[in-house]
Design a protein around this ligand. Structure first.
Ligand SMILES: Nc1ncnc2c1ncn2[C@@H]1O[C@H](COP(=O)(O)OP(=O)(O)OP(=O)(O)O)[C@@H](O)[C@H]1O
Length: 364
């Protein structure tokens, strides 16, 4: 850790504190997350979800994990540094964001999510604090709760911040998938457009109540599985009609309201996938660069190695992404002509649907 000069604390979460720091050799500014828990072996560290999932991801809209260091039983993650998060940007803001700003951020997040879901992971804790912004770029961070899509349910441990938590998780479904990220994005998009949380529940029961009062109680035909889940835990939905989202989002365009409405569908199978969302009319003006045109980024091939034996290195284990041949990822906003067809025409994205379908299968 002596290679870094710590500048100041920039965040403090459940699992660790995050510091702005300077790489003394390269002069690069980085974010170092110091984990609260102690780690007594390197194996324990490399099996952490945050390490396992982030090492596999390389996308311009997913925050880059540069190094993992274990020193004196303390675990440090070295990330690329981002200036602020979406919560900071919304807090105390006197006037609404332009819809074009919201569109630009969301388009980037959905590209990051499409990539993550395609690689077989879902985030499970999307919230404004985990969406980091530097200038015009936004990236998904905090993979502490990320799950492999084909990892074995039941998923019983704590999941996601309440206001962004999907109804199937609130109803304690043992099986769920990437659609939980899509729900969270519906809530986040609405919040970006109004600067108010859409479902600000004060408890889990109140969270479901708040959801019912916005999107209306689900009928049995609308979400049969939800009624089964509710029955299993002896829960009765409150009977509330709900409102038209355009009333709650008076400044939003019809396309934005339509997209949020479909993302916030009770039934996870009815929520669009990230790939589908990228084709929504709301994003018609955005440039999409298909993966085949992006620069190829190498997936980590070398497992984190135990540090070589030596007096100082016996206490320090290190894994660094820079040892890999990772070309700089291209910007997803490069001025390549969009391959999208005009409105109303089905536009094809060159993405692999396999995992998204698998995600949906998991929920059934
Ligand atoms: N790469 C980064 N660059 C700048 N700031 C960051 C970076 N990563 C995290 N932060 C800041 O630190 C905060 C906490 O980080 P993070 O969410 O990773 O910690 P955590 O302990 O997992 O938190 P949580 O309680 O949300 O699970 C973030 O909300 C963000 O403001």
């Amino acid at each position: 850790m002596e290679r870094y000069k710590v500048i100041k604390e920039v965040g403090n979460g459940t699992f660790g504190s995050v510091w702005r720091a300077l790489n003394k050799q390269s002069g690069e500014v980085v974010a170092i997350k110091k984990m609260k828990k102690k780690y007594y072996s390197w194996e324990e560290c490399i099996n952490l979800r945050e390490v396992k999932s982030l090492r596999k991801m390389s996308h311009p809209n997913i925050v880059k994990l540069k190094e993992v260091i274990r020193e004196n039983d303390i675990l440090y993650f070295v990330f690329e540094y981002m200036e602020c998060n979406l919560y900071h940007l919304m807090k105390d803001r006197p006037k609404l964001f332009l819809e074009s700003e919201v569109r630009n951020w969301c388009f980037q997040i959905f590209q990051g999510l499409a990539n993550m879901h395609q690689r077989g992971y879902f985030h499970r804790d999307l919230k404004p604090e985990n969406l980091l912004v530097s200038k015009d770029t936004i990236k998904i961070a905090d993979f502490g709760l990320a799950r492999e899509i084909n990892s074995k349910p039941p998923y019983t441990e704590y999941v996601s911040t309440r206001w962004y938590r999907a109804p199937e998780v609130l109803l304690q479904s043992p099986i769920y998938g990437p659609a939980v990220d899509m729900w969270a994005m519906g809530a986040i998009m609405a919040e970006l457009l109004t600067l108010r949380p859409l479902f600000p529940g004060s408890s889990e029961a109140d969270e479901i109540y708040k959801i019912c009062s916005v999107i209306g109680t689900p009928s049995k035909s609308e979400w049969a599985h939800g009624h089964e889940l509710a029955g299993t835990i002896n829960y009765q939905f409150p009977q509330i009609p709900g409102v038209n989202l355009s009333v709650l989002l008076p400044s939003a365009s019809e396309d934005a309201v339509n997209l949020i409405t479909s993302l916030c569908s009770w039934d996870p199978c009815k929520r669009p996938t990230a790939v589908e969302v990228l084709q929504h009319r709301f994003f018609q003006s955005c440039f999409y660069v298909p993966p085949s045109l992006r620069s190829k980024t190498a997936v980590a091939r070398t497992p984190p190695s135990a540090g070589t034996k030596g007096s100082s290195e016996q206490k320090t284990n290190r894994w660094s992404s820079s040892t890999l041949t990772n070309p700089k990822p291209s910007s997803n906003f490069s001025p390549i002509k969009s391959q999208f067809s005009p409105a109303g025409v089905q536009r094809k994205l060159q993405m692999n649907y396999q995992v998204c379908c698998l995600g949906k299968l998991l929920i059934r």
